[in-house]
Design a protein around this ligand. Structure first.
Ligand code: GLN
Length: 454
């Protein structure tokens, strides 16, 4: 079949089904069909690359030239970027077909996708439950077969946690492996884009299309990329798996989730891996430290939304102060405002040493924990999240309970490591994710481990 036929198939499914899931903010049907047509020409002429003509959905945090890029916020509801994110440019050069932009928590702040200006996204496994966040729209769209694959971003778990909740595969690459240029910044030292798909193999193929150095992103890594599909069938004999005892001892960990993950680890043992308990001693400090550092960076990154240059502007401001204040009060939702307040507070002269500096010190301890662990083991495994998908509204009134959901994912971002979530079973008919954490630039190893399990 042709790319046009494939694209029409997915556009029709989106049209018919997405009312139930709300996984897309914007569907770019016309543009998709034009891209598909162009891809079919390339395919006919023998000029195709591996993903030419393949549809993709992009999280609405990646700037797309001429196509609204809202970041899930009223603030950017009217924003049509004049340029493409590097990831989008790479896709265009490789002939992928963009179906549209997916739903997300506002400015990627959240773990449930309930913080979107465009309404909550629903989990296709049970539409009363959340799909996870912040890349919930991407995860739901892949799970509901509205797209073969999608992009996400992960600052504290936003690729892995929704992948876990929706029963799909997601990879957060090593910090700097994928360009952040044109990816709207949340917490720049933690943000990383990555692939979300049904299988490890698809994830590897998509990572091939995204990875690479980019001189427009000064933190992007100038190390050669690999063919991430090249090592997908390596035996796991002798693979040393570390199980962090602090993760499995976490009070909020659902016992059935823990069991499901232990079963998956048995499968690895049957494939020849050895298992060893390890210690990540700073785990209990990870959430408080993350929720200082991420809001601190967010408060500075979000200062650019002032109602002057672009984004939402209030009606009839009386003076400049009023313009800033009302534009921001109207444009940002409650969670974003909370983060800006926290961030401004911890960075203020009187509290910097007590909070921000301390959090940075903890960040170093977390990184050192991982470095020590990787002297003993090849991969670390854990649940991706302590619970399966919860009901919409269940945790939204209590931010601290919501933040607790991130316990297993944020350490990876604080250290800049690659992490993955793969489906490993169900609890109460909802999917459970197994998290695989690797050493720096060990994406191939993680993908192989995931592939051998699947
Ligand atoms: N839940 C975390 C937060 O709200 C992580 C979000 C993310 O990775 N973008 O900050």
């Amino acid at each position: 079949f042709s790319s046009v036929e494939l694209t029409e198939h997915y556009l029709q499914r989106i049209d018919r089904l997405d009312e139930r899931f709300n996984s897309f903010i914007t569907v770019t049907a016309e543009q998709a069909l034009a891209q598909a047509k162009a891809a079919d020409t390339l395919l006919a002429n023998g000029n195709a690359q591996p993903l030419t003509g393949v549809p993709i959905a992009n999280k609405d945090i990646f700037c797309t030239e001429g196509v609204r890029t809202s970041c899930g916020s009223k603030m950017l509801d009217n924003f049509k970027p004049p340029y493409n994110a590097t990831v989008i440019e790479q896709f265009n050069q490789q002939g992928l077909v963009s179906l549209g932009k997916t739903n997300m928590d506002e400015f990627a702040m959240g773990s449930s996708n309930e913080n979107s200006y465009y309404g909550a996204c629903k989990n296709p496994w049970d539409t009363r439950t959340i799909p996870g966040g912040s890349s919930g729209g991407s995860a739901a769209a892949v799970a509901a077969l509205l797209t073969p694959a999608a992009t996400g971003t992960d600052t504290g778990g936003s690729i892995r946690q929704p992948a876990a909740m929706c029963g799909i595969t997601g990879l957060k690459p090593t910090y700097g492996r994928v360009s952040r240029f044109g990816m709207i910044a949340y917490a720049s030292s933690l943000d990383q884009g990555g692939p979300m798909a049904r299988t490890a193999e698809d994830t590897a193929i998509l990572l091939n299309a995204m990875a690479g150095v980019d001189y427009k992103d000064s933190t992007s890594l100038d190390v050669p990329t690999e063919d991430y599909t090249a090592n997908l069938n390596q035996p796991l004999t002798g693979l040393r798996i570390g199980l962090p005892k602090e993760y499995f001892d976490t009070a909020g960990l659902n016992p059935e989730v823990a069991d499901t993950v232990q079963q998956a680890i048995k499968v690895y043992e049957s494939l020849g891996a050895t298992v060893k308990e390890i210690s990540l001693g700073s785990t209990e400090l990870a959430i408080p430290a993350y929720y200082v550092i991420a809001p601190a960076e967010a408060s500075t990154n979000l200062s650019r939304f002032d109602g002057v240059r672009y984004g939402h502007r209030c009606d009839n401001p009386v003076d400049l102060e009023d313009l800033y204040t009302r534009s921001r009060a109207e444009g940002f939702g409650a969670e974003v405002q909370r983060r800006i307040l926290i961030g401004s507070y911890v960075l203020s002269a009187g509290f910097y040493d007590a909070y921000y500096r301390k959090a940075q010190q903890i960040r170093r301890l977390i990184k050192d924990d991982f470095t020590a662990a990787f002297n003993e083991v090849d991969v670390i495994m854990s649940p991706t999240a302590p619970n399966p998908a919860f009901k919409i509204g269940e945790k939204s009134s209590d931010p601290v309970t919501m933040y607790a959901e991130d316990i297993f994912t944020i350490g990876v971002n604080m250290a800049g490591l690659p992490g993955m979530s793969i489906p490993c079973g169900t609890v109460n008919d909802l999917p459970v994710g197994l998290q695989l954490i690797g050493n720096y630039l060990d994406e191939s190893k993680l993908l192989n481990c995931a592939h051998m399990f699947q």
